[in-house]
Design a protein around this ligand. Sequence first.
Ligand SMILES: Nc1ncnc2c1ncn2[C@@H]1O[C@H](COP(=O)(O)OP(=O)(O)OP(=O)(O)O)[C@@H](O)[C@H]1O
Ligand SMILES: [Mg+2]
Length: 252
Amino acid sequence: MGKLEAKNVEKFFEHDGKPLKALGGVNLTVEDGEFICVVGPSGCGKSTFLRILAGLEKPDGGEILLDGKKLDDTGPDRIMVFQEGALFPWLTVKDNVEYGLKIAGIPKEERNDISKRYLDMMQLTQFANSYTYQLSTGMKQRVAIARALVMDPDVLLMDEPFAALDTQTRDLLLVEMQLIWQKTKKTIIFVTHNVPEAAVLGSRVAVFSHRPSIVKKILDINYKRPRVSEDENLIEYQQKILSELRPEVGGN
Ligand SMILES: Nc1ncnc2c1ncn2[C@@H]1O[C@H](COP(=O)(O)OP(=O)(O)OP(=O)(O)O)[C@@H](O)[C@H]1O
Ligand SMILES: [Mg+2]
């Protein structure tokens, strides 16, 4: 039994008055403590799939099992980091990061200690008292990641969280993410457009087809960690991912 199992998951949307099948029967088993990346062409349904795993949307067919039980709601065991970090503009960086802890009733001092650690990790300490409109896109995204990590969820659902970051920050976070994962043994499902990023992060990489999407191929990346993006030994893995992905891009 996997930690999370998607069984024949289907999702339709309405487009121009007609049903558009986004997910065409996605099957994927994610093991407890696994770091899996999902790649696929734009618009194939990756974000939709993550939202279904988060319990934010219901599938139209099939089911999701979490620890063997049918999932039908959101829960503190799964935290999503969105493609565009959705932050509260009326709160400071620190208060954004501590928001979930506050809701969970964690005392102020403890909240302070936890947020301090993650603000440090994300190199945001200097901006702890800034408001989000005073931050760059990449900084906002780091706040969103910190906000998810402080909650210490079993499962982290990450939707292209590094897409808006500059290369240096991204490279730092690619290593940091692996260290966090090795330390905490969280189950991480990480969607990305970026093939080198998938090869650095994933223990497995699931390639989605174009719409209606299915898991076309799962590739194992058996290579030592922490990996860095400039490691030439990762190129052969990148090529394997690309050769699966390329025929899907440009599909309808
Ligand atoms: N709320 C919605 N209403 C109607 N159609 C939607 C909705 N959400 C997603 N779709 C459609 O479902 C398909 C999949 O969208 P989704 O955002 O999941 O793709 P994606 O793989 O995450 O793309 P990207 O890589 O560009 O982020 C697209 O065709 C999109 O137009
Ligand atoms: Mg998306």
